[in-house]
Write a protein that binds this ligand. Structure first.
Ligand SMILES: Cc1cc2nc3c(=O)[nH]c(=O)nc-3n(C[C@H](O)[C@H](O)[C@H](O)COP(=O)(O)OP(=O)(O)OC[C@H]3O[C@@H](n4cnc5c(N)ncnc54)[C@H](O)[C@@H]3O)c2cc1C
Length: 260
């Protein structure tokens, strides 16, 4: 079985988020981590490898620095790493990102593609389903458990207060939740091995069946109209009243603001 896991290097929000003047993220200036949903997706792939035998390839699109996240994945146990990077891919929205990733995946053999449900920076949860659409394969989102049965994958899909059990023929794409599992740590031997392995680097010319008009900023139908910090709340007001008077006071305030 061949599994591709799409992993995104995202800003570590604990280190502070920095923006370019045009409102896009200044990724070069921030500390980074592997997107948490993707790490769970990778762990799920590694468990399938342990259980059934599989070759796990991790793939990322990003700046050359995104190689770090591939090394981390390989130190956890992934077999191969692919970095898709090229100036002309910069400024991509979700449409152009998924077109790029699909164009790269068309070069590979696969039974299963795993993406995270959502990246903690862009937060759209669009890229996984879009990749499946471009590749014309089924998608099962919000996976909380994954099993293989013959040529099919059986997935528990989270849904409000319950879950659905879905079965799909492979090849298939699954989007994983961070709650899916507890990802393993890198081992010292794994880190050593990861730095001995080659990472495949692909640029625009390595993407299959993708028009230039679907790539990078020019191929991005979404425009960032404006980006700004959240409006800060006022200082608030403290009053000391008995409970009945406090309730009347609050109701009066809410009515004055037309909230009730
Ligand atoms: C007009 C515009 C310009 C932008 N310009 C830039 C820019 O210059 N630089 C920039 O970094 N971002 C830019 N972005 C943000 C960019 O759109 C998102 O980073 C990207 O499309 C992924 O969307 P998301 O974070 O919402 O992913 P989601 O859809 O929430 O991610 C779901 C899953 O898809 C997979 N995935 C997503 N992105 C990648 C990736 N790159 N590699 C591998 N797997 C991935 C992961 O498994 C992830 O968990 C721009 C956005 C817009 C709208």
């Amino acid at each position: 079985m061949k599994i591709i896991v799409c992993i995104k290097q995202v800003p570590d929000t604990k280190g502070g988020v920095k923006f370019n003047p045009d409102g896009t993220l200044d990724r070069g200036a921030m500390l980074t981590i592997m997107n948490p949903d993707d790490k769970a997706g990778l762990e799920a792939a590694l468990r399938l490898k342990d259980q059934y035998g599989a070759e796990v390839t991790v793939l990322t699109m990003g700046l050359p620095k995104a190689e770090e996240v591939l090394r981390e994945a390989m130190a956890m146990g992934a077999d191969n790493g692919i970095l898709v990077t090229d100036r002309v891919l910069g400024g991509a929205d979700t449409w152009a990102t998924s077109q790029t990733i699909a164009g790269a995946i068309r070069n590979l053999e696969y039974d299963l593609i795993i993406t995270g449900r959502q990246a903690i920076d862009g937060d759209t949860a669009q890229v996984g389903p879009q990749i499946s659409e471009h590749l014309d394969i089924p998608v099962i989102s919000y996976a909380q458990d994954i099993k293989i049965e013959g040529n099919s994958v059986i997935v528990e899909r989270q849904y409000d207060d319950r879950y659905h059990v879905l079965k799909a023929q492979m090849p298939c794409l699954i989007t994983a939740l961070a709650e899916l599992n507890e990802p393993r740590y890198m081992t010292p031997g794994g880190i050593f091995d990861a730095y001995k392995k080659e990472i495949t680097v692909w640029g625009r010319n390595d993407l299959k069946e993708v028009e230039d008009s679907n790539l990078g900023l020019k191929g991005s139908p979404t425009q960032i109209a404006r980006a700004s910090d959240k409006v800060r709340k006022g200082a608030g007001e403290q009053v000391t009243l008995d409970p009945a008077a406090a309730a009347d006071y609050i109701v009066e305030k809410l009515a004055a603001k037309h909230v009730i």
